[in-house]
Ligand binder design. Structure first.
Ligand code: AMP
Ligand code: ZN
Length: 109
């Protein structure tokens, strides 16, 4: 998808503060954080939303969710965190490339 902002982040064509990257996934800090820690986890493959994910994406979706607690812990959210996936206009989706939000407040030191 040439016009997709998250595809461009995945391809390194526009900058993002990356927190993680492997062959399938990129995670980066949300540009307008709604919590002290606010990460977005995306598949490198363009999937428009959960409505558009198929059986072929099962392992990728599992990988995204398993990465959430790992990155949360690395960012000080050992006490807990929120995951959100907005799907479609009525679900509050603004960027039409599937992403998992990880939000939380690090425990006081
Ligand atoms: P939503 O589609 O509602 O789940 O939310 C899209 C999220 O992407 C919002 O929290 C935006 O702040 C965030 N966002 C949009 N553009 C960028 C960008 N270039 N870099 C990082 N985060 C972004
Ligand atoms: Zn995309």
């Amino acid at each position: 998808m040439t016009d997709c902002i998250f595809c461009k982040i995945a391809a390194g064509q526009i900058p993002a503060k990356k927190a993680y990257e492997d062959d399938d996934i990129v995670a980066f800090h949300d540009i307008a954080p709604k919590a002290p820690v606010h990460l977005l986890l995306i598949p490198k493959k363009h999937i428009t939303s959960l409505f558009d994910a198929g059986a072929d994406d099962q392992a990728l979706l599992g990988k995204l969710l398993l990465l959430a607690p790992k990155l949360a812990k690395e960012h000080g959210l050992e006490a807990g965190f929120v995951t959100r996936v907005h799907t479609g206009a009525a679900g509050g989706q603004e960027v039409y490339h599937l992403h998992v939000h990880v939000l939380g407040q690090p425990a006081a030191a």
